[in-house]
Design a protein. Sequence first.
Length: 148
Amino acid sequence: MSEAVVIEAARQGDEAEWRRLWAGYNAFYEAQVAPHVTARTWQRILDPASPVLGRVARWDGKLAGFSISVLHEGTWVTTPACYLEDLFVDPACRGQGIGRRLIADLVRLGREEGWSRLYWHTRQDNPARRLYDTFVQADDFVRYRMDL
């Protein structure tokens, strides 16, 4: 794992590189996100009052990956929960421990901030599950999703 990897909050000047990575993430999931939604996501990442938390991985000064999470209240807990919604590492930068560091960063932040839990979901056949399983085993819940 390269020591040149730094995980930190996204900054205004990161937008172009983040958009490049965001496009790669959406291509991986074969998703189409409307330009106005992407713009609003970036605005929320930069807004300190937003529950959307954007973290970036810099490797030798360039953006190599990101995580986007949403902090929210829960009915079974008294402190915020963190949903890791998006995690992506540039394919050219994989194998350097960047994904692991992005998740570890959220674990650290959560412990410091007193979050109740960190959770995420992914496709069953996602190769990144090998990494995810080193943090915690998948549970037996099934996801239902209804677009409105």
